[in-house]
Design a protein around this ligand. Sequence first.
Ligand SMILES: [Zn+2]
Length: 320
Amino acid sequence: MATQEHHAASPRRPRAFDVHVHLFPGMLARFIWRWFEENAWPIRHKPAPEETFELLARYGIERMVGLCYTHQPGVAGMLNDFMAELVAANTERLVGFGTVLPGEEGFKDELRRALGELNLSGIKIHCHVQKIAPDDDHMGPVFDTIAETGKVLQIHCGPVSKSNAHKDEIDELCAVPRFIRAMRRTPDIKVIVPHIGYDEVQLYLDMLDEFPNLYLDTAMAFGGYRVARGEELPDARPLAMKTYEKNRKPRLPEPWKPALEQLVPQILERPDRFLFGTDFPNLPYDPDLEMRELERYLPEEVLRKVLWDNAAALFGSAGR
Ligand SMILES: [Zn+2]
């Protein structure tokens, strides 16, 4: 059931294309939310999958990439069918990504089925949940097939979570050199790294020059929630402040002022390489919190790229 409190989107707000929305069958979603509530934070909205589109539209999110993943063998096919059915029923709103569990029997066939027969738009890999490093031998076919088909890989490979529940896996699997090693095999592949690579942000920013189709999503990196909870600031190096337009220098609320002051100039420097994402519904706040932060200090033409144009160029905008 959805939470009843909604804030109507401001009519002047540009439309948003959210590249980071999780869609799972109800039972799995409830399992994931329980994990978050026991290990991380309370979940603000708990919509059924088919309620998600209408709920996000109320916040100005008109189109979205739906993501799912599995760490259990034998589940990928069911999740991919589930996603393909949701796409078929919500073509205007949803771009669907599939999942595979690299290394399980038949995963290469499922990979081809997800991208071919089911025509899903990409594959989501969650390194520390699926317990696989980007440069694992079983990830080779994933990178290769996605690169060949021109589809998109969304790979959570940054050590973003400070939760102790996955500490060992994170340290081992989410080391930046392992991602670089994987990328150098197929350097032109279209890849989205969520959370701006949090919290090794600068290392991911540095890769944008080497890999022309690497994008960073803003999910949970911009609202200051992590910083406010005492987690580390991203390590992005400040760029020259002259990149701000007059009167555009951010005046940001404490305590996340330092993090955003570092990130905003990076977006202004490369406005085509950042994509708005929320991580909805696995959020302790409303899905427009970060949108409001971006609106506050990005110049209008940069805001439009981050909120819509960049994602529409990658995935199409359903005729809009
Ligand atoms: Zn996520």
